[in-house]
Design a protein around this ligand. Structure first.
Ligand SMILES: Nc1ncnc2c1ncn2[C@@H]1O[C@H](COP(=O)(O)OP(=O)(O)OP(=O)(O)O)[C@@H](O)[C@H]1O
Ligand SMILES: [Mg+2]
Length: 451
């Protein structure tokens, strides 16, 4: 091991050392202390006596150990070997290749099983690289043949079909060991508006024999009286017909005696007119399939229709997965603050099913990737269920607070770094990692669509 200095003062969780070699912020160092103790340099200072490094303890070779007396002054500080870093931090050997541990050429992998079973969130301000890193993860999921469904409000993921030909990124490709690639065979774009999204397959929801809660989702702000009318219509349709359509429900509502129907009818008719429901609906088995990445392109779709669509689609996916009619999958929710807002920002139908998946998804193999530039405005219950956190630059004080409180084990120095992260550098935290790590996100194989 290469010596980098000697400890000059210490506590049980940190030490400062006089450096005998060049050391940099974020470098990993270790000392012998009941086996090896791994620490990360959080600050480097210089005075006329030389360079002083300040390091925070991350973990011990012996996992069960906890220091209860300070590190000995005069102990030798070494540069940590890749093996020691990997072992003590608990980094994976294989899986989703996300980038390089900052300032090293150690590849960082995430476990796809853990992402599907225990969810992921990407939190950061606008333009900091959230969609870019999600694109990296999707590329890797496709390579592993794992199904992905992306709720894509802006249609920016359709570029996964095209190789990355950005000349500025070619040089970085060599560093990360990445080549331009297209996933045209795996990526299918679905859209309720094919007139606007020309390469998309039309997306239709199943309108046959809708259950009462599905009908209710169409009118999220229904009054108790209106709910009553809807329930009656549902019961009549069910009794009278073996197969009933949304049209039949609307017809029964039209004939209802209560005057409360006059506010309800136009809402139902408007939804019917958007033609998002059809007896020739898109089978969920077509949307969720091994080796397939389905993009639900909602570009141009009005927000209240998006809400209905996302709620119904996620409900059906969850149902089909519970019945094991489809394989385990990852659902990516971009702009999550729109679909699962913090309580008090209005009731959200999509929010209810997202919350259910967040809490129960692990039992059934339905993983969530929650992406938002407004962490403070997303339902805390959803964020708290995410095991893996990818944090990029965040500056808004409220959002910063939300990020810091949601990430376990974030040291105070790492927390203050979040405001200074350069584009392309992420902090990743979550089991099995013993401590958050700084990662240079790898360059994309496919074109990034969020420009
Ligand atoms: N890892 C990276 N390597 C190289 N360039 C990157 C990386 N991450 C982001 N960028 C650059 O930063 C730009 C913004 O990234 P991106 O679109 O992912 O931001 P975002 O966080 O999703 O923003 P928004 O909240 O507005 O959707 C990209 O167009 C890309 O050029
Ligand atoms: Mg984005």
């Amino acid at each position: 091991m290469e010596e980098v200095g000697k400890i000059v003062s210490s506590s049980t969780s940190s030490f400062t050392f006089s450096a005998s070699r060049e050391v940099k912020k974020f470098d990993y160092v270790c000392v012998e202390h009941n086996g090896l103790a791994l620490a990360q340099i959080k600050e480097v200072k210089q005075d006329r006596h030389g360079t002083i490094g300040e390091a925070e303890i991350i973990g011990y070779e012996n996992r069960k150990y906890m220091a209860r007396s300070p590190f000995k002054v005069g102990s030798t500080v070494y540069k940590a070997s890749y093996d020691a870093i990997k072992k003590i931090i608990g980094m994976e050997d294989d899986g989703i290749y996300i980038g390089l541990l900052k300032d090293t050429n150690m590849k960082v992998f995430l476990s796809p099983e853990s992402i599907i079973k225990r969810h992921l969130c990407i939190l950061a301000k606008s333009g900091s690289g959230k969609s870019y890193v999600m694109g990296v993860i999707v590329e890797e999921m496709i390579k592993k043949g794992l199904p992905v469904v992306i709720i894509d409000a802006h249609g920016e993921y359709t570029s996964l079909r095209h190789p990355n030909l950005d000349k500025q990124e070619f040089k970085a490709m060599k560093k990360f060991g990445v080549k331009p690639r297209s996933y045209i065979k795996n990526v299918v774009e679905f859209s309720p508006l094919i007139a606007r999204n020309k390469n998309a397959v039309p997306l239709f929801l199943d309108e046959l024999n809708m259950e009462f809660d599905e009908i209710l989702q169409l009118v999220p702000k229904a009054t108790p009286l209106q709910r009553g009318i809807l329930y009656e219509a549902y019961k009549i349709a069910k009794e009278e017909k073996r197969v009933y359509k949304l049209e039949d429900i609307i017809e029964i509502v039209r004939q209802a005696k209560s005057n409360a129907k006059w506010n309800l009818l136009p809402q139902l008719e408007q939804i019917y007119a958007t033609k998002i429901f059809s007896p020739n609906y898109t089978p969920i088995e077509e949307i969720v399939k091994k080796k397939r990445c389905s993009i639900i392109n909602l570009k141009g779709t009005p927000p209240h229709i998006q809400e209905i669509l996302v709620a119904q689609l996620l409900n059906r996916i969850f149902e089909e997965r519970r019945k094991e009619n489809i394989p385990p999958l990852l659902i990516v929710i971009e702009e999550a603050h729109r679909y699962c807002p913090e309580r008090g920002e209005g009731k959200s139908m999509a929010g209810d099913i997202i919350k259910t998946i967040a809490t129960e998804g692990r039992k059934f193999g339905v993983g969530l990737a929650i992406i938002t530039q407004r962490p403070a405005r997303v339902d805390k219950n959803v964020i708290s269920q995410c095991n893996t956190h990818i944090i990029l630059r965040t500056t808004n004080p409220n959002d910063l607070k939300a990020v810091i409180s949601s990430v376990e084990g974030l040291t105070s120095s790492a927390a203050s770094e979040i405001q200074r992260l350069p584009v392309g550098t992420a902090i990743i935290a979550g089991l099995p990692l013993q401590a958050p790590i700084f990662v240079e996100v790898r360059v994309r194989e496919t074109m990034h669509g969020g420009k």
